[in-house]
Structure formats: structure tokens, C-alpha cells
Design a protein around this ligand. Sequence first.
Ligand code: PGA
Length: 257
Amino acid sequence: MAARTPIVGGNWKMHLDRAGARDLLRELRAELDGVEGVEVVICPPAPWLGDAADALDGTSLHVGAQNAYWLPHGAYTGEVGAAMLIGTARYVLVGHSERRHVFGETNEDTGRKLSAVLELGLLPILAVGELQAEREAGTTREVLREQVDAALSDVDRLPEGFVIAYEPVWAIGTGLTATPEIAQSTIADVRAMVADRFGEATAESCRIQYGGSVNADNVGDLAAQPDIDGALVGGASLDASAFATICRAVAGAGGAS
Ligand code: PGA
């Protein structure tokens, strides 16, 4: 079985002014450039993407955007077209729970974004996750299948190392992390969904992160699970040394098969 390189994303959300972003980029570069055994993606707010591209140029760290619109240009005030990210970002978060639940993005919107990002040769990080009520009602698998199927409905093949982030909505920003067992079994379910659609080989190469209140203390047990290929980190990604600890723990966990 081919080894998967785990991937850790730092999702800064709508935090930091420009000076704070530049400081954090400098610290991250010093802490993490050249780190082995893990791919690292930094996702700053859109206005600081250019600064991030400059600060991380020539390093092993990648820049990711938190969102993108599917059309290349036009009268869409306030939107950033995925095509505009070429040359700046390598990854694009698609379908983050805050896009879905705060801004009302549908599964269909997520699918359009994902297809646009892939067609442009950028790499999506597809975020999926169930609400607390859905987990309690026992419908997690159905909800995730709907999200995965809708996001990938127009996609014929997934690139090697495609990234999905499983982020239970009830764990995001709440301090409530899914147990390693819940995260492992749900991520195994998501991998099986990818296998149903694209075959075993693609599913085995697909990287599936866990996200939701990941920190330097809980990441080790999560990353040690066989199906968990890294983390998508919100709050703890704003502290360079905590984020670097998380990245190193994932690199050292060897959880990926
Ligand atoms: P959190 O956010 O680590 O602050 O829970 C995770 C995310 O939204 O990607």
C-alpha cells in the first residue's frame, strides 16, 4: 500500500491584521521550513495571500486560500475567483463548515467550487462534517455521503493525494474534539465513500485530515490513527510554536498507512 504524506493546514479564518500576519508568517517559516514527513499549508485571510506567497516563497510551506468563487471574472462584488489565486495559492479550502452554515453555501455550491479549483490545476481541500444534531440522530454517514457525492459529482478522477478534511461541526472552535476512535471510524467511512465512487487505489491515496479543536496536546492520539492523515487547525494555527508542535507531531506519528 502506498504511503500517504500527511498534511496539516493552518486556517487563520478572519483573524490578524497585516502586521500580525507578516509576523506569524516569519515565525512559521523559521519554525517549519524544511520539516519532513508532513506537508504544511498556511491559509491566511484573502488580503494577506500575497504577503504569504512572498514570505513562504522558496520554502517547503504552501499557501492555501480559505475560499474561492467558481467563475473566473465578472460582476460579483466581493468575491475572489479561483482563477485569481493562480500564482499565489496552491491549495483552496472548499466547503468549510463556516461557509456552509454561516454563509449558506449549499452542497451544489461546494461542487461548483471544487470543480473550478480542480480544473484550474489548484488543489482543493474539501471540508465535510455533520452537525451535533445529525450525529445524535445517527445520520452522520448519510450527511457525509451527501456532502462528498455532491462535491465530487462533476469530477471524473481525483488527483493523487487529493485532500478531504473531516470536521465535525460540533468540534469546530468549541474545544470539544472528536475522540480518536470517532474520528478514525468516521474518516474510514469517508474513505469508503471515495472508494465507492473512484475505486480503492484512489481512496488509498486520498489524504483525509481531521479538524475540530485540534491542539498540541490532542493531535498525537488523533494522528496515530491509521486513516487520519493530518489535521486542519483553526485556533491553534495562530500560534507559531503550537502549530509547529502539531505539524511535528503529525510528521512523527506515522499514522498513515
Ligand atoms: P478549530 O477550527 O481548530 O479552531 O476548531 C478548525 C477549522 O475550522 O478548520
